[in-house]
Write a protein that binds this ligand. Structure first.
Ligand SMILES: [Zn+2]
Length: 166
């Protein structure tokens, strides 16, 4: 229970980041009057394309809705039926800077990777890989030192090397 209560305010940060990116991609973004917590605006897909007939027939707005687990927003367009369950996926589809978005989420509180709906940014992944390799190397070095020491101790016990005067 306390964990959930602790998690709620931090996930609001993701919503803030999402809105920052979405408001740049969806022009005229405004609060949706019929769906609480949702926003609507012009679809970045069909509005800018030549789907004039769709626009004329319905002129329905695209909307973003709160992700069910409280983690940012999903996107849906009523006209072209474009549907992306996360902001990250929408950014990828729009060829926007999804990596910068992921990095913003990471820097805000590591809201990426397992348990989150946004992958770890590639720069961080690379950094983690370098650190992992360095740790493995360090581990290997310590292992070799210990192995060498064990060998020396074993031979001392065998009496094959006598460190004391002869
Ligand atoms: Zn659309």
């Amino acid at each position: 229970m306390s964990q959930i209560q602790h998690k709620l305010p931090s996930l609001d940060v993701v919503k803030d980041i999402d809105l920052e990116y979405l408001s740049q991609l969806i022009t005229g973004l405004r609060r949706c009057s019929t769906k609480a917590g949702s926003y609507e605006g012009k679809c970045p897909f069909c509005h800018s394309s030549n789907s004039r007939s769709l626009k004329d027939a319905h002129n329905l707005p695209a909307f973003i809705y709160p992700h069910p687990n409280g983690e940012g927003f999903g996107f849906k367009c009523c006209s072209c039926k474009g549907h992306y369950v996360t902001t990250f996926k929408l950014l990828v589809a729009l060829n926007a800077d999804s990596q910068q978005y992921a990095l913003d989420r990471w820097n805000a509180g590591r809201f990426c990777g397992r348990n989150f709906n946004c992958p770890i940014p590639l720069v961080i992944k690379d950094q983690m890989e370098i650190e992992r390799k360095a740790r493995a190397l360090e581990h290997r070095k310590k292992y070799e030192q210990q192995r060498q020491l064990n060998k020396t101790l074993a031979s001392l016990r065998d009496g094959s090397i006598s460190p004391i005067d002869r």
